[in-house]
Design a protein around this ligand. Sequence first.
Ligand code: NDP
Ligand code: MG
Length: 358
Amino acid sequence: MKRLLILGATGSIGTTCLNAFRSSLVSGIGIAGLVSSSNKSILSLGKEFNSPVFLAEGRSREEIRAFIESVSPDIALNGVSGIAGLLYSDLLADMGIDIALANKESVVLGGRYLLDKAKRKGVSIIPVDSEHSAIHALLAGRKAERLIITASGGPFRERKEMSGITVEEALSHPTWKMGRKITIDSATLANKALEVIEASYLFSFPPDRIDVTVHKESIVHSMIECSDGSVFALLSVPDMTLPIVSAITGESCGRLVRPLDFRNATLTFEDWDRERFPMLSLGYSALESGGAFPIAFASADEIAVKAFLDGRIAFTDIPRIAEEVLGGDWTNVPSSMDEIISLSEEAAAKAEEACSRV
Ligand code: NDP
Ligand code: MG
């Protein structure tokens, strides 16, 4: 029996995973441990799943490492939100534990450094983000020329005027029910920017061979285009159970989601609006610039999203802050986790300072 550690067990990804266990959709895997930040409901989850639990808030890297060692998992689902997830991906890579990766920020920050370390340690990183999970499946046995990442377009796909957006409006995503950070990122399309960067690192594709198309139905999870012009797509109802369970089991399972009903399906694709969604353009240019620009982009975004949620800045200030931070010199390529963290802190401090001037 494979042993699974769930990081971020109280969040949206963690809950979807635990619900899959509750519905007996997962076989051949036992829960080794559950980790959250400060949410005490993890205690009752520990009882329900007969599993050790760990509250990470205020704990050191060594204490977290000791907990992971004590539960000796074969694989961990990284469903921690935001840049905090980087510590876990780095620890798991160090410890030789396979990673079912929902936390995209860890790839955007960790970049080649993290992926090279994982490779050296023989650690598999299996993407859980629905787009990357689809591309991962589509690339098996195929060579692609271009990746086409789909975007739902978020709650403001059709909104003309971007000023005056409230937190409540930005938090109401049309297709996915997710944590607060990723939901705001979906509204600005920063989430798609992070996903383009994630895809570039995970699949070794340059930015000019990764496209984004707005597909509001969220049924096509992404596509790959081969050299002969054929395009392969992965379709399913929008339900994270599929990418989560296929990543942790690593093989085909029984039915995981309800079938698509093609009698009533409409699939639409449209280009994204560069004017209204500058975060996606900024993400592309951060990736093109290389060095620590992706780190600066993700770190500035995280601070700006928090400031927006706290009511300190407007929705339209989020890209302004990211753009200001990206105006700095981020050309150095970090060569250690310490450097990555210190660059991220530097960008976060610049973003905080920019937020305070708004
Ligand atoms: P949530 O906000 O719903 O949940 C976050 C989880 O992470 C909570 O369990 C939280 O614990 C835990 N957490 C936060 N900080 C720490 C920390 N320092 N140490 C340990 N645990 C911590 O987020 P989501 O589930 O929506 O997203 C998680 C990740 O997955 C993100 O990176 C997101 O981009 C990615 N993702 C999510 C998707 C989704 O459908 N939700 C889809 C694709 C990707 P506590 O409850 O105690 O605060
Ligand atoms: Mg996604």
